[in-house]
Design a protein around this ligand. Structure first.
Ligand SMILES: C[S@@+](CC[C@H](N)C(=O)[O-])C[C@H]1O[C@@H](n2cnc3c(N)ncnc32)[C@H](O)[C@@H]1O
Length: 203
């Protein structure tokens, strides 16, 4: 892995139609690089991480999401069920994609993508990150994939506004492919965002 990653083909892991899904290569490369003993994924969504983990032989990895398919685990209310040495976390990017009531099920008050405003989203994200970080084994790592977003002309830098826990070990830029904001209707109005941030924190 290097500090810029780009996967024009996301691979076939998970539900490729799940909105806001990530490339399985991100998770595969992280697991192959860090070689953790135990693996926890939160915000499992379309199952990308689950399929990568099973393919790599992590037969006891744990994958959680508010989506009923993953047991309806609520990052704001429920305990973190294991003390792992590696967590992959791929939260909603504020309200860029609304999950409960649109991607699955009915609207849920604790869905991070339904936070009442940006500050509420950041407060909730900080709460979840602190909880995940506290659950890590000593020397464990928390890898969070998060994007920036633009809404009604305002640029929101989530990584600037969120709290960091532990030591930032790597800041990786992930190139995004097939983004709707790069399509014609926005051309010339603003510079389209075609990257995400992958932050790796060490406890
Ligand atoms: C960006 S998606 C994750 C996509 C996943 N990495 C994939 O490749 O399919 C974010 C996920 O956060 C979940 N989510 C939102 N609020 C949550 C909460 N309070 N607790 C747990 N999961 C939540 C949504 O259901 C959604 O699946």
């Amino acid at each position: 892995m290097k500090s810029v990653i780009s996967y024009p083909n996301r691979g076939n892991w998970g539900d490729t139609a799940y909105r806001g899904n990530c490339s399985g290569f991100v998770i595969k490369d992280l697991l192959e690089f860090y070689k953790p003993h135990s693996f926890l994924e939160v915000f499992a969504g379309g199952g990308t991480g689950y399929e990568v983990a099973r393919e790599l032989g992590y037969s006891e990895s744990v994958h959680l999401d508010l989506h009923p398919q993953w047991g309806g685990w609520n990052a704001l209310k429920d305990d973190v069920p294991i003390n792992s040495d590696f967590i992959f976390c791929h939260p909603p990017y504020f309200d860029m994609v609304i999950y409960s009531g649109e991607v699955w099920g009915t609207p849920h008050d604790d869905d991070l993508s339904r936070a009442k405003d940006y500050q509420d989203f950041i407060t909730k994200l900080n709460f979840v990150h602190e909880k995940l970080f506290n659950s890590l084994q000593i020397n464990g790592r928390l890898a969070t994939l998060i994007g920036d977003c633009r809404k009604q002309g305002i640029y929101y830098s989530i990584i600037k506004d969120m709290k960091f826990f532990g030591t930032l070990e790597s800041h990786i830029i992930k190139v995004q492919h097939n983004m709707s904001s790069t399509r014609k209707k926005y051309q010339g109005k603003f510079i389209p965002i075609i990257h995400e941030h992958l932050l790796v924190f060490r406890k």
